[in-house]
Design a protein around this ligand. Structure first.
Ligand code: GTP
Ligand code: MG
Length: 197
């Protein structure tokens, strides 16, 4: 799919104030610093559409970007960042869960996990919560440039084995690197197929 236009629409901490039009949207979620904002920039081929940082906790609001004037990409704050104050964490968690519960136009979430790390309880628990709430999602493994191909396969296999202990099927997944432009066409083709469904 060709990205002809990508524009920032608005930032919100209140789900009720997010755009009202019922066009399809796709949300990026995962631990702080996993590369959500960078992935949005890679997918849209815009260097700094979404703000990124080496320091976790950069994205603090729900950010809507409109793509090709017809669907949204949504950048969300990360979960699991220890240095954010307890009250800030609670606020994040509240609006992240509200976002997923209330956004009927959200077609699919993408849960980002760093390909280098072993499956983390916080990610597995979050996917469990999505599953229990009937919210469709795919997994996006990020930072694939940091591992050799064999190690990538190995880490995906470990992930599969752990998830298949509780899930009937391993979710749809993608291997990506925002710094090396890996996985872009696959993710965009998937979104395109959902948009046309
Ligand atoms: P929060 O907004 O804090 O939740 O973080 P985020 O998930 O949006 O991460 P962000 O995109 O800001 O990236 C965090 C750091 O990881 C930055 O230093 C990025 O340059 C780096 N990064 C993101 N994607 C990749 C990647 O594919 N490869 C490598 N090597 N670094 C990446
Ligand atoms: Mg971010």
């Amino acid at each position: 799919m060709e990205i002809k236009s990508a524009e920032f629409i608005m930032s919100n901490s209140d789900v009720e104030k997010c755009p009202k039009n019922a066009i399809p949207e796709y949300a990026f979620i995962g631990r702080s610093n996993v590369g959500k904002s960078s992935l949005i920039n890679m997918l849209t081929s815009r260097k700094s559409l979404a703000k990124t940082s080496g320091r976790p906790g950069k994205t603090q609001l729900i950010n809507h970007f409109i793509i090709n004037k017809s669907w949204y990409l949504v950048d969300l704050p990360g979960y699991g960042y220890a240095k954010v104050s307890k009250s800030a964490k609670k606020t994040f968690q509240k609006f992240i869960t509200q976002y997923f519960r209330m956004r009927e136009q959200m077609v699919s979430a993408f849960v980002l996990v760093d390909i280098r790390h072993k499956p983390q309880p916080i990610d597995l628990d979050f996917m469990q919560w999505l599953g229990e709430n009937g919210i469709p999602f795919s997994i996006i493994f990020t930072k694939a440039d940091k591992l050799k191909p064999k190690a990538i396969d190995n880490h995906v296999e470990i992930y599969k084995n752990i998830m298949l202990e509780t899930w009937e099927e391993f979710p749809n997944y993608f291997i990506t690197s925002s710094s090396k432009d890996i996985g872009k066409e696959e993710v965009l083709a998937y979104i395109d197929s959902l948009n046309n469904n």
